[in-house]
Design a protein around this ligand. Structure first.
Ligand code: HAM
Length: 420
């Protein structure tokens, strides 16, 4: 134990669990690669204003959860709490929307930071894989992204992921809905903070988890009943395309999401084995975000999936991912002379594409064989001076315990034949 431990709300990823995390990221990215999404990487921090304007001045993320800092040069920066605003900023800055055809399809994978109250599944440093399709308004694009996420969960072997779907309307129909919701909410018996929220972001009140609030919300006007014809049609088309693709969903008219940029399609993937922090992914359409951060109109849609929670969901379902082999061959020298010869063999094996490791540290044979077994290797190559003088090494099958001599010159080819 050192004097230090990881900061509150964070954890270290260590072997063997870290291998699962890499496999999850890979599985989430695979469907995106097949669908023409290109990889994008943006800085871990941005100007604070990108998020206050983009994610929303009144959201919890911006008012309570951002890690902000002032640089020595006086710039106000924030560790990124989410990826969408950054990815859109990067695409606009590089003029990707003018370079080729639309949509610009991008995917990303990385760390995000929110100063939240830590609990199971909620961390201050967490990891997302995300995708954004910029510049096109087409219900098929919304459907594509939702289908790709559903396929990614399925490819991991997760059975317990449910999709919740809603439409939040657009700049045509939402203002009138917002006003009628405000009128309804102002008549309720609510605390100071919630009353303030009615004026800034009334839709968030629908999302209030407290029972006495939910009880009063019975009969509240719902966006669904106030959608304009264009939004209604758009939403219906997304629903049809999902159904045709065999992706099941539940209409959830209370689904609001915690970021302000959404318009029309919004969705969340939830897993029931995770307790309170059940969202394993979420996203939606954000047709106005580009203009909010100073860009041209660029209707877009995207999602981000939470890698940490997906790992928890796998654990909750008892799913073991097939992981790439660690060590396949472990070399155990008997004596100093054999040491350099077997070290050279290990390099040769690795260059032939096998995963090979070596008994470092010059410990005794017993300790070395223990290390070989612990490594998970299928074979050990054991050799002493006498073996090498005869031009052979001993190939030991660590499963059966059988051992046989193989020529030094032929051992690499033999191992590739057996393991490759
Ligand atoms: P979000 O719903 O805030 O959306 O986050 C997406 C996912 O990240 C969540 O469903 C959850 O799995 C994971 N997540 C969020 N906060 C935490 C946390 N504190 N600890 C662990 N996991 C967490 C966004 O971030 C949007 N940018 C998604 C998007 C992309 N919308 C359009 N494009």
């Amino acid at each position: 134990m050192s004097t230090f431990s990881a900061p509150k709300g964070t954890y270290d990823l260590l072997p063997p669990d870290s291998a699962t995390v890499l496999a999850v990221r890979e599985a989430l990215a695979a469907p995106l690669r097949r669908a023409g999404y290109g990889y994008v990487e943006t800085p871990g921090f941005e100007h604070v204003e990108l998020f206050s304007r983009g994610v929303g001045e009144s959201t919890d993320i911006v008012t309570k959860e951002m890690y902000t800092l002032t640089t020595k040069g006086g710039s106000q920066l924030a560790l990124r709490p989410e990826g969408t605003a950054s990815v859109l900023r990067a695409a606009l800055q590089a003029n990707l929307h003018r370079a080729g055809g639309l949509p610009v399809k991008l995917w990303y994978s990385g760390s995000y930071y929110r100063y939240e109250r830590p609990q199971a599944g909620r961390y201050r440093h967490f990891s997302q894989v995300g995708a954004e399709a910029l510049g096109t308004e087409d219900p098929a694009l919304d459907a594509e992204l939702i289908i790709l996420a559903a396929d990614a969960y399925r490819s991991l072997g997760l059975g317990g992921v449910r999709l919740l779907l809603n439409s939040l309307g657009d700049r045509e129909c939402r203002p009138a809905y917002r006003a009628s919701l405000q009128e309804f909410l102002r008549g309720l018996d609510l605390d100071e903070e919630t009353r303030a929220r009615i004026e800034i972001n009334p839709l968030r009140v629908l999302d209030d988890k407290r029972q006495d609030v939910q009880r009063q919300l019975v009969g509240a006007p719902m966006m669904r009943d106030h959608l304009c014809e264009a939004c209604k049609e758009y939403h219906e088309r997304v629903r049809e395309l999902l159904t045709a693709a065999g992706v099941a969903f539940t209409d959830d008219e209370r689904l609001v999401r915690g970021l302000d940029y959404y318009t029309r399609t919004t969705f969340e993937f939830v897993h029931d084995g995770l307790g309170a922090q059940s969202a394993v992914g979420g996203g939606g359409r954000y047709d106005g975000l580009s203009e909010m951060i100073g860009g041209p109109p660029l209707p877009s849609v995207g999602w981000a999936l939470g890698v940490d929670r997906i790992v928890l969901a796998l654990r909750a379902e008892g799913v073991e991912l097939p992981l790439p082999a660690n060590t396949q061959v472990f070399a155990v020298p008997l004596g100093e002379e054999a040491r350099s010869e077997l070290f050279a063999l290990v390099t040769e094996l690795r260059r032939s594409g096998l995963a090979a490791d070596f008994a470092y540290g010059g410990r005794g044979v017993k300790a070395a064989m223990k290390a070989a077994n612990r490594s998970g290797a299928r074979f050990a190559v054991v050799a002493g001076e006498r073996d090498l003088a005869e031009g052979v090494v001993q190939l030991k099958d660590l499963e059966s315990g059988d051992q046989e001599p193989v020529t030094r010159d032929g051992i690499a080819a033999e191992l590739v034949r057996r393991l490759g």
